[in-house]
Design a protein around this ligand. Structure first.
Ligand SMILES: Nc1ncnc2c1ncn2[C@@H]1O[C@H](COP(=O)(O)OP(=O)(O)O)[C@@H](O)[C@H]1O
Ligand SMILES: [Mg+2]
Length: 135
Protein backbone atom coordinates (compact mmCIF):
# COMPACT_ATOMS: atom_id res chain seq x y z
CA UNK A 1 0.00 0.00 0.00
CA UNK A 2 1.21 3.44 -0.94
CA UNK A 3 1.07 5.88 1.97
CA UNK A 4 1.65 9.63 1.87
CA UNK A 5 1.96 9.94 5.65
CA UNK A 6 2.87 7.32 8.19
CA UNK A 7 3.49 7.91 11.87
CA UNK A 8 4.67 5.46 14.42
CA UNK A 9 3.98 5.95 18.12
CA UNK A 10 4.28 9.69 17.66
CA UNK A 11 4.28 11.28 21.09
CA UNK A 12 4.63 14.81 22.41
CA UNK A 13 5.04 15.68 26.06
CA UNK A 14 5.12 19.16 27.49
CA UNK A 15 7.03 18.50 30.72
CA UNK A 16 5.00 15.64 32.19
CA UNK A 17 1.80 16.51 30.28
CA UNK A 18 1.16 14.15 27.38
CA UNK A 19 -0.33 16.18 24.50
CA UNK A 20 -0.05 13.44 21.86
CA UNK A 21 0.07 9.83 22.94
CA UNK A 22 1.51 7.10 20.69
CA UNK A 23 -0.25 8.10 17.47
CA UNK A 24 0.27 5.63 14.64
CA UNK A 25 -1.32 6.59 11.32
CA UNK A 26 -1.22 5.24 7.77
CA UNK A 27 -2.70 7.74 5.33
CA UNK A 28 -3.13 6.66 1.74
CA UNK A 29 -1.88 8.72 -1.17
CA UNK A 30 -4.64 10.70 -2.84
CA UNK A 31 -7.02 10.41 0.08
CA UNK A 32 -8.72 13.19 2.03
CA UNK A 33 -8.15 12.50 5.67
CA UNK A 34 -10.41 13.82 8.42
CA UNK A 35 -8.33 14.16 11.55
CA UNK A 36 -11.01 14.71 14.16
CA UNK A 37 -11.02 15.14 17.90
CA UNK A 38 -12.28 17.41 20.66
CA UNK A 39 -10.52 20.59 21.68
CA UNK A 40 -7.15 19.77 23.18
CA UNK A 41 -7.01 16.26 21.72
CA UNK A 42 -3.62 16.98 20.15
CA UNK A 43 -4.52 17.54 16.49
CA UNK A 44 -2.55 20.76 16.07
CA UNK A 45 0.41 19.39 17.99
CA UNK A 46 0.47 16.35 15.70
CA UNK A 47 0.42 18.60 12.62
CA UNK A 48 3.19 20.76 14.07
CA UNK A 49 5.36 17.70 14.51
CA UNK A 50 4.71 16.64 10.90
CA UNK A 51 5.90 20.08 9.78
CA UNK A 52 9.00 20.08 11.94
CA UNK A 53 7.64 23.00 13.98
CA UNK A 54 7.89 21.11 17.24
CA UNK A 55 10.04 18.10 18.02
CA UNK A 56 8.45 14.75 18.84
CA UNK A 57 9.30 13.43 22.30
CA UNK A 58 9.08 9.92 20.91
CA UNK A 59 8.21 8.13 17.70
CA UNK A 60 8.86 8.76 14.03
CA UNK A 61 7.07 9.59 10.81
CA UNK A 62 7.45 9.57 7.04
CA UNK A 63 5.95 11.89 4.44
CA UNK A 64 5.93 10.57 0.89
CA UNK A 65 8.48 7.98 1.88
CA UNK A 66 10.83 10.55 3.40
CA UNK A 67 11.90 9.97 6.96
CA UNK A 68 11.88 12.68 9.60
CA UNK A 69 14.25 14.12 10.80
CA UNK A 70 16.85 12.98 8.25
CA UNK A 71 14.86 14.22 5.24
CA UNK A 72 13.42 17.29 6.97
CA UNK A 73 14.44 19.74 4.24
CA UNK A 74 13.13 17.69 1.35
CA UNK A 75 9.86 17.19 3.25
CA UNK A 76 9.50 20.95 3.74
CA UNK A 77 10.10 21.58 0.04
CA UNK A 78 7.05 19.47 -0.79
CA UNK A 79 4.58 20.32 1.95
CA UNK A 80 2.31 23.34 2.21
CA UNK A 81 0.35 24.02 5.36
CA UNK A 82 -1.89 26.33 7.30
CA UNK A 83 -2.41 25.53 10.93
CA UNK A 84 -4.82 27.63 12.97
CA UNK A 85 -5.06 30.52 10.43
CA UNK A 86 -1.69 32.22 10.69
CA UNK A 87 -1.95 36.00 10.74
CA UNK A 88 0.06 38.44 8.66
CA UNK A 89 0.50 42.19 8.49
CA UNK A 90 -1.39 42.93 5.28
CA UNK A 91 0.56 46.09 4.54
CA UNK A 92 3.96 44.44 4.86
CA UNK A 93 5.60 42.22 2.29
CA UNK A 94 6.14 38.52 2.74
CA UNK A 95 9.79 39.20 3.49
CA UNK A 96 8.93 41.84 6.10
CA UNK A 97 6.42 39.53 7.75
CA UNK A 98 9.01 36.77 7.90
CA UNK A 99 11.57 39.18 9.28
CA UNK A 100 9.34 39.98 12.26
CA UNK A 101 9.09 36.29 13.11
CA UNK A 102 12.82 35.89 12.51
CA UNK A 103 13.59 38.61 15.05
CA UNK A 104 11.25 37.10 17.63
CA UNK A 105 12.96 33.74 17.19
CA UNK A 106 16.44 35.30 17.26
CA UNK A 107 17.44 33.77 13.94
CA UNK A 108 20.14 35.17 11.62
CA UNK A 109 19.11 37.75 8.97
CA UNK A 110 19.87 35.22 6.24
CA UNK A 111 17.15 32.86 7.44
CA UNK A 112 14.40 34.87 5.70
CA UNK A 113 16.01 34.45 2.27
CA UNK A 114 16.73 30.81 3.10
CA UNK A 115 13.10 30.14 4.04
CA UNK A 116 11.74 31.72 0.84
CA UNK A 117 14.26 29.78 -1.22
CA UNK A 118 13.38 26.53 0.51
CA UNK A 119 9.70 26.77 -0.44
CA UNK A 120 10.32 28.22 -3.91
CA UNK A 121 8.84 31.66 -3.17
CA UNK A 122 11.94 33.86 -3.53
CA UNK A 123 10.48 35.87 -6.39
CA UNK A 124 7.39 36.80 -4.35
CA UNK A 125 9.10 37.95 -1.15
CA UNK A 126 8.56 41.59 -2.06
CA UNK A 127 4.80 41.24 -2.58
CA UNK A 128 2.46 42.73 0.00
CA UNK A 129 0.71 40.09 2.08
CA UNK A 130 -2.68 41.59 1.17
CA UNK A 131 -1.91 41.06 -2.51
CA UNK A 132 -1.25 37.39 -2.07
CA UNK A 133 -3.55 35.17 -4.05
CA UNK A 134 -4.50 32.09 -2.13
CA UNK A 135 -4.95 29.25 -4.52
N1 LIG B 1 3.23 24.73 23.76
C1 LIG B 1 2.47 24.04 24.64
N2 LIG B 1 2.84 23.90 25.93
C2 LIG B 1 2.09 23.18 26.79
N3 LIG B 1 0.94 22.55 26.47
C3 LIG B 1 0.54 22.65 25.19
C4 LIG B 1 1.27 23.40 24.21
N4 LIG B 1 0.61 23.29 23.03
C5 LIG B 1 -0.48 22.55 23.27
N5 LIG B 1 -0.53 22.16 24.56
C6 LIG B 1 -1.57 21.31 25.18
O1 LIG B 1 -1.58 20.09 24.47
C7 LIG B 1 -2.92 19.62 24.31
C8 LIG B 1 -3.20 19.41 22.85
O2 LIG B 1 -3.30 20.68 22.22
P1 LIG B 1 -3.60 20.86 20.67
O3 LIG B 1 -2.66 20.00 19.90
O4 LIG B 1 -3.60 22.31 20.39
O5 LIG B 1 -5.07 20.25 20.56
P2 LIG B 1 -6.14 20.37 19.38
O6 LIG B 1 -5.50 21.02 18.20
O7 LIG B 1 -6.57 18.95 19.10
O8 LIG B 1 -7.26 21.18 19.94
C9 LIG B 1 -3.82 20.65 24.98
O9 LIG B 1 -4.12 20.21 26.30
C10 LIG B 1 -2.96 21.89 25.01
O10 LIG B 1 -3.29 22.71 26.11
MG1 LIG C 1 -5.97 22.71 17.10
Amino acid sequence: MDYIITTEQLTKKYKSFVAVNNVSLNIRKGSIYGFLGPNGAGKSTTMKMLLGLTAPTKGSFTIDGKQFPNDRLSILKEVGSFIESPSFYANLTGKENLDIIRRILGLPVSSVVDALELVGLSEFGGRLAKNTHWV
